[in-house]
Unconditional design. Structure first.
Length: 60
């Protein structure tokens, strides 16, 4: 049975808080590979390396 999107969003938000996280901006996870690459490149957090893998630097 499908759940309404609002219910899923509430569960995801609760899951973040259970781990001590309280993000102030949008949070993305389980993105498709294409979307992950797009988001990473747009923010300057990632680059392509040998054989098409992505190398991401998430340090502040």
């Amino acid at each position: 049975m499908d759940r309404p999107a609002d219910d899923a969003a509430l569960e995801e938000e609760d899951g973040l808080k259970q781990h001590g996280l309280d993000p102030q901006k949008a949070v993305h996870w389980n993105l498709s590979p294409t979307r992950l690459y797009e988001e990473s490149f747009a923010r300057g957090d990632g680059r392509l390396v040998h054989m098409g893998a992505i190398c991401a630097d998430t340090a502040p």
